[in-house]
Design a protein around this ligand. Structure first.
Ligand SMILES: [Zn+2]
Ligand SMILES: [Zn+2]
Length: 171
């Protein structure tokens, strides 16, 4: 199933339509606002179920499988979560990744959260986010740009999954 490219200018940092939201949940509100905007562009809206899914993904330390999403919030039906994940993915709000175990894992799109990499455990299958530090990004960008330039490829962004054994499985 081919997915349309995500809107390039989904993020509007000019601030003239949102103002400075100084509420105590402003981070979560900002996520809801962005997801709402992406959904509205697809003639969809942020339903309670979609909001639950977004909140679960926002609180996670890495991309989640369907069972993990269902376990995080009692009362969500699998078929409903699955349907709504597709809508969120098509709107560009959710990114789906496939790991070697064949499981789909879901996370909020980097446009909504921030750029990061993944630690993929080849033993237990767990996937954790790895923050992208400026120093790491500089090194990665330099290495990638050199190789890409030789291939005549213009890089727009990168995804980096480190595959190995997590600290839990190493003991
Ligand atoms: Zn592991
Ligand atoms: Zn990076």
């Amino acid at each position: 199933m081919a997915r349309d490219h995500a809107p390039h200018n989904a993020r509007n940092d000019s601030g003239d339509d949102s103002g400075d939201d100084s509420g105590n949940d402003s981070g979560r509100d900002a996520v809801h606002d962005t997801v709402t905007r992406l959904l509205v562009a697809q003639s969809q809206r942020l339903t309670p179920t979609r909001r639950h899914i977004v909140d679960i993904l926002a609180a996670a330390s890495g991309p989640l499988t369907m069972p993990e999403i269902l376990a995080a919030q009692r009362g969500l039906a699998q078929s409903s979560v699955y349907r709504n994940l597709i809508v969120l993915e098509e709107a560009g709000a959710v990114h789906r990744m496939l790991t070697r175990d064949g499981l789909a894992r879901y996370e909020l799109a980097e446009d909504i959260t921030e750029h990061h990499h993944h630690l993929v455990c080849s033993t237990c299958g767990r996937v954790e986010d790895l923050p992208a530090t400026p120093a790491l990004e500089r090194s990665v960008a330099n290495a990638i740009e050199e190789a890409a330039r030789r291939a005549g490829f213009r890089t727009q962004h990168h995804r980096l999954d480190l595959v190995g054994v997590c600290s839990r499985c190493a003991t």
